[in-house]
Write a protein that binds this ligand. Structure first.
Ligand code: NAD
Length: 462
């Protein structure tokens, strides 16, 4: 039954797309403005839904969800006309007369599957890019953020053009039924396992995909770093959303000479930000569900607790926790932590730290605290990651001019700002030729002398 519903929904969206509805600048602009209106008019409902899903404060929802999204949309509105313009390309003299250009064209009907940790941003930022690029879209928000998912489903008809945008609620079953349909592009945010399933399903239809996955993001702290600031920024980035952030630092690599000073600054920062008992802080989130709570409680045992370590199952609270003396080969250094546990490892030389990172999968983000440009350059040269941020964390994803995405097992495909528009567009190469001249030279029979002239021309211009 569901399959039949999805395929008739897809037929409707495809008809809308083929009618040319979504192509004009006016339509795209109107959709982006409607998205902005949704964020403004439903701000209170959004904050309540995200709080019900993750225990997140309204302030944090504003900072990490709605204000980021509004910024993305305003940036797109400002640049949309320029992005939509075909870009002219030179045509070499021996192919004249003609003009060449690359036209950004919508992909068609796209599927956007989101994760739960930033339940609004992870579906609406790709949606903004998809609409800016002139696509129809189906959103499948995460079933693990049911309040946000329900709000999106309820509001869709009111704000979005329902002939072009639909929201499908549900979990793996619904996602699987959607993936059985033939979309034109799939944009997926979530775990590696889910990403693998999406890629397999896409392969059946030979579909392009973008996968925004996770991984273990290292953060290196050099002895010349501004340690107090580094400590405050690391604590803020790690324990935001109770560590459930794909680009949060997963573990620290700290030079052994400064580890004790850094740890005491970090302990102080935890107290400053969340008080003596973070359970009572209105600014500290909860773990999304029992499955992840149990998983994180198990990881707590993989090291010696330096700060935090408390947990409370009833409210799915896990304190901001710092761990040392991590057991060799322990799970906490193998799987993505995705929670408020921060293992701290030490190194003796920078090369040792880089070698440690080099032995592991490419991460989504890599962080370095150092005051030396040469150290920054060396880290950039000798590591790979989707993004790199020096002397701060997370903000690389908030800058609209910087494309966001992973590399290797942390995913592929970019969005945010113009990169999102490009990801949801097809670059169509267009060459329009004059019918004059039409030299005989290009046509067979070539013969010896004709070929010699052709060769000379191609060598000169080709
Ligand atoms: P998840 O893979 O469990 O679910 C993500 C979405 O995919 C959900 O909507 C879910 O219903 C769907 N899904 C799950 N399994 C599926 C399958 N087999 N086939 C089709 N769809 C499926 O991931 P999650 O637990 O929601 O998210 C956590 C992961 O996402 C972490 O690894 C995190 O690092 C990553 N993440 C990455 C980014 C990024 O931008 N790169 C952002 C947020 C989260």
């Amino acid at each position: 039954m569901q399959e039949r519903q999805f395929s008739s929904m897809l037929d409707e969206l495809r008809n809308a797309f083929q009618s040319g509805l979504t192509v004009s600048f006016a339509w795209r602009r109107a959709q982006l403005l409607a998205l902005l209106r949704f964020l403004r008019e439903r701000e209170v409902d959004i904050a309540a839904a995200v709080h019900a899903d993750l225990g997140k404060s309204a302030q944090e929802t504003f900072l990490t969800e709605t204000s980021f999204l509004a910024g993305e949309i305003r940036y797109a509105l400002k640049h949309l006309k320029a992005w939509m313009r075909p870009s002219r390309r030179g045509v070499p003299p021996h192919y004249q007369f003609g003009h060449g250009a690359v036209h950004p064209e919508p992909r068609g009907v796209v599927l956007i599957i989101g994760a739960w940790n930033y339940p609004l941003q992870l579906v609406l930022a790709p949606l903004a890019a998809a609409l800016a690029a002139g696509n129809c879209a189906v959103l499948k928000p995460s079933e693990h953020a049911p309040h946000t998912s329900a709000l999106l489903a309820r509001s869709a008809g009111e704000y979005f053009d329902s002939s072009a945008v639909r929201v499908v609620e549900g979990g793996i079953v619904e996602a699987g039924a959607l993936l059985a349909e033939r979309f034109d592009f799939i944009f997926y945010t979530g775990s590696r396992n889910g990403g693998r399933e999406v890629m397999l399903a896409a392969a059946r239809h030979m579909l392009p995909v973008a996968l925004e996955l996770g991984g273990k993001n290292p953060c290196i702290v050099e002895p010349d770093a501004a340690l107090r600031t580094a400590a405050r920024r690391i604590v803020w980035a790690k324990f935001l959303n109770a560590g459930q952030t794909c680009i949060a630092p997963d573990y620290l690599l700290v030079h052994e000479d400064v580890v004790s000073v850094l740890l005491s600054f970090m302990q102080q920062a935890i107290r400053d930000f969340f008080g003596a008992d973070p359970r009572k802080s209105p600014d500290y989130s909860r773990i999304v569900n029992d499955h992840h709570f149990t998983r994180l409680e198990r990881l707590l045992r993989d090291g010696t607790i330096v700060a935090g370590g408390h947990s409370e199952r009833a409210s799915r609270y896990i304190a901001p926790t710092i761990l040392r003396e991590i057991a060799a080969g322990s799970a906490i250094m193998e799987e993505e932590i995705f929670g408020p546990l921060l293992p701290v490892l030490t190194y003796r030389s920078f090369d040792e730290a880089l070698a440690f990172i080099g032995q592991r999968d490419d991460s989504l983000a890599l962080y370095l605290f150092s005051s030396k440009r040469a150290t920054e350059k060396k880290a950039l040269r000798q590591t790979r990651s989707g993004s790199f941020c020096c002397n701060d964390l997370l903000f690389q994803s908030a800058v609209h001019t910087l494309p966001f995405g992973g590399t290797g097992k942390s995913g592929f495909g970019r969005y945010h700002g113009k990169a999102g528009f490009e990801t949801f567009s097809l670059s169509r190469s267009v060459l329009c030729k004059s019918v004059f001249p039409d030299p005989d030279l290009r046509y067979p029979p070539y013969g010896k002398s004709k070929f010699a002239i052709l060769k000379a021309i191609v060598r000169l211009f080709g």
